[in-house]
Design a binder for this molecule. Structure first.
Ligand SMILES: *Cc1c(COP(=O)(O)O)cnc(C)c1O
Length: 458
C-alpha cells in the first residue's frame, strides 16, 4: 500500500515524552492505557516491508480496541479472531475501514474448542459475509459446522509438535489442546473437501516470542508447514482450487528489557520465505503483539510508600487486574517515574537518577494477592506519593487481560493520533461492576428462565 517508512524498530520507554504522559494522567486519571495509533501504523509498515508478498493478519486478541482494528484494516491487514466477540469487532472495524477506502473483508475465526454460541454466531455472520474463513483445530469442529449448514472457507490448524515462546504458558505448537496432529492433516482435509467444504488453507501457531536466536526453530517449523502444504495440495488435486494459503501464525517477539535487541525482521522474513520452499499458495502470517506492544503504555499513580525489610515498597493504583502479564507470566515490563524524570529535566540533569536517589523498589498494586507485583527490587529514583509512573510495552495483552477481580473497575483507554488525544474507552465505574447482578435481580423471574433455556451445547 503505502511506501515503507523508516521507523525505529523499537520504541523504548525513554522515547515517550514524560511531560506529555504526565499531563494525560492528570487529564484522564489513572490507571490509564495510552495507545499511539501512529506507532501501530509504523509497526505494520515495517512488517509489511519485511514480508512483501505475504498476507498479513492481525491477531485481534493482542488488543481488540476498535481504533486499533480500524487502523490496521486501513493499512491493509486482515484480522484473525479467537472468538465470536472478536469476529463481531473485526467485521464492524472492516465496515468502518471500508468507508475509508479499505477493501476486502479478510477475517479469520480460529475456533479453539468453540462454544456452541460462538459457532452459531459466526455461522450466522458468514451468511452475510461469505468471505469469512473458519480455522478448525479438531474434527469435531468440522462436524459441528456441518450440522449448522456451514460449507464455506475452511482452514485446518495443525499441531506441528514443536513449541516456541517466552514462557511455557504461551507455547502452543505442541500442546494437545491446539490443532490436529500434522500427520492426520491430509486425511482430514481430503474428507472435508469431499463433504463440500471450501478447503483454503493450513495453519499453525507455535507460540509467542519468536526471537532472532530461535530462528533455527522457526525455519524448521516453517519448512514442515511447506512440506505439509505440498502433501495437502497433492491430495486435494482435482478437488476445487487447491490450497490458497499457508498460515504460519504469529509470535514475533518484541524486546521488553532495555538490553534486549529487536527482532531482525528482514532475517525472519527471508528465513520464512526460504524455509517454506516452493508452494503454490500464499504465505500468511498473523502477529498480534508485534503491532501493538510498544505502541502502548500504562500510567499509574503512587499512593503508598513504605520501608519494607529489604526494599522500598511502593503501592500504585494499577494492579494485576489492570496488567496481568507480570503476575501470569513473570513478564518484565520497563517502568519509569515520570514525575522524577520531569523534575530532573527541570533541574537540568540529563537523567532520572540525578534528581533523586536511586533505590531498590518493589512496586505492587491494590489486589489482595502476593502475585500482584509489577517488579521486585528494581532500581528506580525514590518514589513519592502522587508520583506518576509509566509502565512500558503495555499495548499488547494489557487491557485485553484486564478483569474485575476484587470488584475493581477496569481502567480507561485513550488513543493518540495526528497530535490529537481521544478517549477510546471510558473508565468503568462501581456501577458497571455491579450492574449485571442488579439487572438479574430486577428482571422478571420468567425472563430469567428464558436466558437459562437459551443454550444449546452441541
Ligand atoms: C495469540 C495468537 C497469535 C498472535 O500471537 P502474538 O504473540 O501476539 O504474535 C496468532 N495466532 C494465533 C492462533 C494465536 O492464538
Amino acid at each position: 500500500m503505502t511506501a515503507p517508512v523508516e521507523s525505529p524498530s523499537i520504541r523504548r520507554l525513554a522515547d515517550w515524552d514524560p511531560t506529555r504522559l504526565e499531563s494525560l494522567a492528570q487529564d484522564y486519571g489513572s490507571p490509564l492505557y495510552v495507545l499511539d495509533l501512529e506507532r501501530v501504523r509504523e509497526n505494520y509498515r515495517r512488517l509489511e516491508s519485511a514480508f512483501p508478498d505475504a498476507e498479513i493478519l492481525y491477531a485481534v486478541k493482542a488488543n481488540a480496541l476498535g481504533d486499533v482494528l480500524e487502523t490496521l484494516r486501513e493499512e491493509g491487514a486482515g484480522l484473525e479472531c479467537a472468538s465470536a466477540g472478536e469476529v463481531e469487532r473485526a467485521l464492524a472495524a472492516s465496515e468502518s475501514a471500508a468507508e475509508n477506502g479499505a477493501t476486502g473483508a479478510n477475517v479469520h475465526y480460529t475456533a479453539v474448542n468453540p462454544p456452541a454460541r460462538d459457532l452459531e454466531w459466526v455461522v450466522d455472520a458468514w451468511e452475510e459475509y461469505p468471505d469469512l474463513t473458519i480455522t478448525v483445530g479438531a474434527e469435531d469442529t468440522i462436524d459441528r459446522l456441518e450440522e449448522r449448514g456451514y460449507d464455506g472457507r475452511l482452514c485446518l490448524r495443525v499441531n506441528p509438535g514443536i513449541g516456541a515462546g517466552h514462557h511455557e504458558k504461551v507455547q502452543t505448537g505442541a500442546a494437545a489442546k491446539f490443532g490436529v496432529p500434522a500427520e492426520r492433516a491430509v486425511d482430514v482435509l481430503a474428507d472435508a473437501a469431499d463433504r463440500g467444504f471450501d478447503v483454503v488453507g493450513i495453519h499453525a501457531h507455535v507460540g509467542s516470542g519468536v526471537s532472532s536466536d530461535q530462528l533455527g526453530d522457526h525455519r524448521e517449523f516453517v519448512s514442515r508447514m511447506g512440506d505439509l502444504a505440498r502433501d495437502v495440495s497433492e491430495a486435494l488435486a482435482g478437488d476445487g482450487d487447491g490450497l490458497e494459503f499457508v498460515d504460519v501464525g504469529g509470535g514475533f517477539g518484541v524486546p521488553y528489557r532495555e538490553e534486549d535487541q529487536p527482532l531482525d525482521l528482514e532475517a525472519v522474513g527471508d528465513a520464512t520465505r526460504d524455509a517454506l520452499g516452493d508452494v503454490d499458495a500464499a504465505l500468511t502470517i498473523e502477529p498480534g503483539r508485534y503491532f501493538v506492544a510498544d505502541a502502548g503504555v500504562l500510567l499509574t499513580a503512587v499512593n503508598t510508600v513504605k520501608e519494607a525489610r529489604d526494599t522500598l515498597a511502593v503501592g500504585v493504583d494499577a494492579g494485576m487486574t489492570t496488567l496481568l502479564r507480570p503476575a501470569m507470566y513473570d513478564a518484565y515490563h520497563p517502568i519509569r517515574n515520570l514525575t522524577a524524570a520531569i523534575e530532573a529535566e527541570q533541574h537540568g540533569a540529563s537523567d532520572d537518577e540525578r534528581g533523586r536517589e536511586t533505590v531498590a523498589q518493589t512496586i505492587a498494586g491494590p489486589i489482595c494477592e502476593s502475585g500482584d507485583v509489577f517488579c521486585e527490587n528494581r532500581h528506580l529514583p525514590v518514589s513519592e506519593r502522587t508520583d506518576v509512573l509509566v509502565i512500558g510495552n503495555a499495548g499488547a495483552y494489557g487491557y485485553e487481560m484486564a478483569n474485575q477481580y476484587n470488584s475493581r473497575p477496569r481502567p480507561a483507554s485513550i488513543v493518540l493520533e495526528d497530535g490529537d488525544v481521544r478517549l477510546a474507552r471510558r473508565r468503568e465505574t462501581l456501577e458497571d461492576v455491579t450492574r449485571l447482578e442488579r439487572e438479574a435481580r430486577d428482571s422478571e423471574p420468567s425472563a430469567n428462565h428464558e436466558t437459562h433455556a437459551e443454550h444449546d451445547t452441541r
